[in-house]
Design a protein around this ligand. Structure first.
Ligand SMILES: [Zn+2]
Ligand SMILES: [Zn+2]
Length: 262
């Protein structure tokens, strides 16, 4: 949070995005302290069997979701988006209707299993993603302590099956992908595109910021890209909530070249 505030002061053009992010992270943290005991239960055998057959560990039914808390968070996130004008008055009213409706768990399941809930409701996927995040992150924390993801070679998250939306290079030079949904980190090939599996270096375009802290790898085959923090240059570990905002100017550059965000 302090780093996000510092970023907003250093780069005023990012202050609107940073203050939105601060409010979202804050709403999340309040709930995370309350749900600290809920977690997913999987035996060591189940973990080994699922990982070795290429199946992510958590299914929607396994997620310990407290729907009262989830609905409360859903309302808060919708209100934050409205305050920052990411949705209009009609949009937030529709979101609140969905947040109260009996259909919310089914929509959340569709988002989890198929990547999208109901495209006719503006920002619904984003609000569901933030509302599910405390439960996903909680389960992922526990599983990450127990699971060994070294042999996992897929581009999707070994815990929840979500796509990565950021990557980092550790101090030892290892490249890790970071799940957009549960923030699990798992090792990957240095260049391969996680979205389509392209492994030919000549098909991957790479840009870096002048100081080398951030790098973008863009895939010529699927036209998607991924941002990476080079921890060796940055002298710190990745902080996805901060780094995703700090790299917004990079997104603009890469999107202009016709790539879509991963
Ligand atoms: Zn995940
Ligand atoms: Zn690709």
């Amino acid at each position: 949070m302090a780093e996000l505030r510092a970023l907003a002061e250093r780069q005023p053009e990012l202050s609107a995005a940073a203050s939105l992010q601060i409010e979202l992270v804050d709403a999340l943290r309040r709930i995370q302290t309350r749900i600290a005991t809920a977690s997913v239960t999987l035996t060591a055998e189940e973990i080994a069997a699922r990982l070795s057959s290429g199946r992510p560990l958590v299914t929607f039914d396994r997620l310990p979701i407290d729907w009262n808390e989830a609905r409360l968070l859903f309302r808060k996130i919708a209100d934050v988006l409205r305050r920052h004008e990411a949705v209009d008055a009609d949009g937030v009213a529709r979101l609140h209707d969905v947040g109260r409706s009996a259909g919310l768990p089914d929509l959340a399941r569709r988002w989890f299993e198929q990547g999208s809930s109901d495209p006719s409701v503006d920002m619904l996927d984003e609000v569901i993603a933030w509302s599910m995040r405390p439960f996903l992150v909680r389960s992922a924390d526990i599983l990450q302590q127990r699971g060994v993801f070294g042999a996992w070679k897929r581009g999707v998250c070994p815990v929840c099956g979500g796509e990565p939306d950021f990557a980092c290079i550790t101090s030892t030079g290892e490249r890790l992908l970071i799940c957009s949904r549960c923030q699990t980190r798992w090792p990957t090939e240095p260049y391969a595109c996680p979205f389509c599996g392209e492994g030919d270096k000549r098909r991957i375009t790479s840009f870096a910021t002048p100081d080398g802290t951030y790098r973008v790898t863009a895939c010529q085959s699927c036209r998607r890209y991924l941002k990476t923090l080079d921890g060796r240059r940055a002298g710190r570990a990745v902080m996805p909530a901060l780094d995703s905002i700090a790299t917004l100017p990079l997104d603009a550059v890469v999107m202009q070249r016709g790539f879509t965000n991963g």
